[in-house]
Design a protein around this ligand. Structure first.
Ligand SMILES: [Fe+2]
Length: 506
């Protein structure tokens, strides 16, 4: 496949962005968003989670309280936007900032934390210039520079992937950035092959238990969905494209034993002129959500199904029965209001209104009858996101799901998720732990006990932001006793910007 269209698209976009910046007349000295955020910060402690990292490089060793399991060996890597202002210009959206990569390792009694800014070409150029040079996902700085490629503006800020001996920091619209797994030195823009250099590689690749990797990437103005099949050694087995018009902005997908399944919400790429990349999209709820189902063995064999308009950031997992019934689950909202309203409000120092609740749904696709159906898994007051599974059942049948949850809107002191849950689908049993009211959990992962049966013994591992004493903490729960609270907990001597996704490398 060719990715020239992608570069052209971003070039076109940058041109459009420049004309907007000129018209808007923003000046760095008086950035109203920066001023509003700083004013709000003093009275709103949880907002600190959306301030920039105070250092480019963190390193600490702290005592672990409780009992760190002997068999829990490895590194939790996490990523997320951490530089929200450059040269006095504050980004307009939570997803715009430059990525910071974290590594958490335990020696049994102490926790070692290391974090570094990911030194993308964008980060290096803007640091050298002392100002924001490039349009971001939803921000256009004053007098933006010309964009030569998607990777020139790639902040590598969404997730991280340990694969074929490499550690890759992921964005959504460009290449992975390779990072040294020990030192967190940025090694550079990564290409799986010469032919695929610069191609969009989503932040949510699916990796099967044998290491086979599948991914997608969208080429908005070309109206093409790019597809990836990479083996466990990092070799590109095949790529392909599927015409997709109008193009949406899918963030995640699922893979079964035989298919790739991509839900494309009716958030359509319509008006690229004079706005940010996000602003180029229109929410069209009178259009259906479309489901693209592609044969894993032959990317030219695909079909489309429909569901009512909806928005899904994240899916837990997908699997398939022999009779052609595909099952998957996802955190479904009625609209992308979170992305347009809430995540912009955070940057201005405003409390998001949370007009749209996010609920976990289960989906079925019947390939014999070409029908897709959906049903909520929980009560509408039980809002969930960041669904994750035991990685040993990835793309296979799973019965357990780890999620962040939010239960009681009135009691929450902050607008983010409040606790972590484990749902056993077979037994229809939900177990939960609520964090203290000043603690905002980030994504939690299921880390299995080595050698145990899939989805049986293991731990739930996750970080959290405590705005009560401005500290980031790491917690470990026993999967069998989640509701009893963490069995091991360590508090860093500082607070880190609220992050997005991580992976545990055993
Ligand atoms: Fe994500």
């Amino acid at each position: 496949m060719t990715y020239r269209t992608n570069r052209r698209e971003f070039l076109r976009h940058a041109g459009a962005a420049m004309s907007l910046a000129g018209a808007a007349g923003t000046t760095i000295a008086g950035d109203p968003v920066q001023n509003a955020f700083e004013q709000a910060l003093t009275a709103t402690p949880w907002l600190n989670a959306f301030a920039s990292a105070q250092q480019n490089d963190y390193r600490s060793t702290v005592e672990i309280n409780g009992r760190w399991p002997d068999e829990l060996r490895g590194t939790l890597y996490r990523n997320g936007p951490a530089r929200h202002e450059v040269g006095g210009f504050r980004y307009r959206h939570w997803f715009d900032g430059d990525g910071m990569l974290h590594a958490y390792r335990s020696d049994g009694t102490r926790l070692h934390h290391r974090a570094r800014m990911i030194e993308t070409p964008k980060y290096q150029a803007e640091t050298a210039a002392g100002r924001a040079l490039y349009p971001a996902f939803d921000s256009v700085p004053p007098n933006p520079a010309e964009v030569s490629s998607a990777d020139a503006i790639n902040p590598a800020n969404i997730s991280v992937l340990p694969h074929h001996g490499k550690l890759l920091a992921l964005w959504e619209a460009g290449s992975p950035l390779e990072v040294d797994a020990e030192t967190l030195d940025t090694l550079g823009v990564y290409a799986f092959s010469d032919e695929t250099a610069g191609a969009p590689f989503s932040a949510h690749p699916r990796v099967e238990p044998d290491g086979t990797l599948w991914n997608f990437g969208y080429l908005s103005s070309a109206g093409l969905m790019a597809l990836w099949h990479v083996d466990s050694s990092g070799r590109v087995v095949k790529t392909g494209t599927v015409p997709t018009a109008p193009m949406g902005m899918p963030h995640d997908f699922v893979v079964t034993s035989r298919h790739l399944v991509i839900l494309i919400a009716p958030l359509h790429y319509r008006t690229p002129e004079g706005t940010s990349f996000l602003g180029a999209h229109e929410w069209e709820p009178d259009h259906p959500a479309k489901i693209l189902v592609v044969d894993k063995n032959d990317f030219s064999a695909y079909r489309w199904l429909e569901l009512p308009a909806q928005w899904v950031f994240h899916f837990g997992n997908g699997w398939e029965e022999k009779n052609g019934i595909i099952h998957f689950d996802g955190a479904r909202a009625d609209s992308p209001a979170l992305m347009f309203d809430d995540f912009r409000a955070l940057m201005r120092g405003e409390r998001p209104r949370r007009q749209t609740s996010v609920r976990q749904y289960r989906y079925q696709v019947d390939l014999r009858r070409n029908i897709a159906t959906e049903a909520p898994m929980f009560d509408e007051r039980f809002s969930t996101e960041f669904p994750t599974i035991d990685p040993r059942v990835s793309c296979r049948r799973n019965d357990r799901l780890v999620m962040l949850h939010r239960k009681d809107e009135k009691q929450a002191l902050h607008p983010m998720f409040c606790g972590v849950s484990l749902y056993d689908m077979k037994a229809d049993k939900l177990r939960s732990f609520d964090y203290p009211p000043t603690v905002m959990p980030e994504e939690h992962l299921f880390v299995p006990t080595p050698g145990s049966e899939p989805e049986s013994d293991g731990w739930i591992v996750g970080t959290a932001y405590d705005f009560g004493n401005l500290r980031t903490e790491l917690n470990v729960f026993d999967v069998a006793h989640l509701e009893d609270g963490p069995i091991a907990r360590a508090e860093l001597p500082y607070a880190l910007p609220f992050g997005l996704h991580g992976k545990f490398a055993a």
